[in-house]
Design a protein around this ligand. Structure first.
Ligand code: GDP
Ligand code: CA
Length: 311
């Protein structure tokens, strides 16, 4: 197996990628990362999913949280708070340097994909990490309280509002980042990482050309369930499945990926769903351990995904 393209959100995807680069040459891996969560904070461009992938693959990540920089300080945030600034979003002191660098380069006119490549290179990442688009794309969440900007919903209001619908502002006019469609076309396997299907994968597919490239590819498309035993490992995936009227299970996720993926990997805990998924969808389905609790589990899941792709 050589070239692999991965559709990626934040923590789940980053952990999967960390395993993948141990089992295939990193140079053959392209991570196509969600930017629907991006926002302006204190005048800076924050790209949470790109940062989660970058911090994880470089080993800088806070291992307990799965995002942010390990042992990071809070001096800037605390000071900002005492000044009455926007302290509801956690930005660590080391983390801040990433946002300063990114924002400065954007002001100079550099595209986000170029800046991401620069940052990744400087922290020693050998695989290719690209935002899905260099254009502005923002997830907007429709709730009983009205429309909320993504981080208002997710961080400020702690993902507590029922989600009626989602839209991806700017997606229609967004163009895939340079080289991204080629990476999908040349991939010998395409993996949909264990990410939130609504908040992380849908915004990628909303960029014109991305879904089409995945569908047109002859390469096997392997999706990994972010839902284990009816619950998300973290985040609001289960609540959103429920509030949008889907089955809160790996079956509910499999139905979403029917027609897009060829293979669906669910957790061994959910092995009893394999028969129903194969009967009801066009997916080939297989059960394995999908909880990536450490390096060995990450590698094993990456290996399982590649094995399914070449089966
Ligand atoms: P994030 O909220 O930006 O981290 O975005 P993601 O969509 O990538 O991550 C959240 C999703 O990843 C959740 O639905 C989790 O259930 C899933 N996830 C996180 N870690 C794991 C894991 O170890 N195994 C599996 N199967 N899913 C995971
Ligand atoms: Ca995210």
């Amino acid at each position: 197996m050589s070239a692999v393209a991965v559709l990626a959100g934040g923590v789940g995807a980053a952990r999967f990628l960390d395993g993948l680069v141990q089992v295939v040459a990193p140079q053959d891996v392209t991570a196509i990362v969600n930017v629907g969560d991006d926002m302006e904070w204190a005048g800076l461009h924050i790209a949470p999913d790109l940062d989660t992938v970058m911090y994880t693959l470089s080993g800088l990540v806070n291992p307990e949280m799965g995002w942010g920089v390990a042992n990071d300080g809070r001096r800037v945030l605390d000071r900002l708070k005492s000044l009455g600034g926007p302290a509801w979003f956690t930005i660590g002191d080391d983390d801040l340097a990433t946002h300063l660098y990114r924002t400065q380069r954007l002001r100079e006119g550099a595209p986000l994909s170029t800046i991401t490549a620069e940052l990744c290179e400087r922290v020693g990442i050998e695989c290719r990490v690209t935002p899905v688009t260099d254009d502005r794309l923002r997830t907007v969440v429709q709730t009983p309280e009205g429309e909320l900007a993504f981080q208002d919903y997710f961080v400020r209001r702690r993902a507590a509002d029922p989600v009626h619908a989602l839209r991806f502002d700017g997606a229609e006019a967004a163009r895939p980042a340079p080289g991204l469609i080629e990476a999908v076309e040349q991939a010998e396997a395409i993996v949909i990482a264990p990410s939130n299907p609504f908040l992380s994968i849908d915004p990628l597919l909303a960029v014109p050309g991305v879904r089409e490239a995945v569908t047109a590819s002859d390469a096997p498309v392997v999706a990994i369930s972010p839902i284990i035993g009816g619950a998300a490992v973290k985040g609001p995936a289960a609540e959103i499945l429920d509030s949008l009227g889907h089955d809160v299970s790996a079956l509910g996720v499999a139905r979403l990926y029917d027609g897009l993926a060829d293979v669906f990997i669910l957790d061994e805990q959910d092995a009893d769903l394999v028969g129903q998924i194969e009967a009801e969808t066009s997916l080939r389905c297989t059960a394995t351990q999908t909880l990536m609790s450490g390096p060995a589990e990450k590698r094993a899941l990456a290996q399982a995904a590649l094995a399914e792709a070449s089966a």
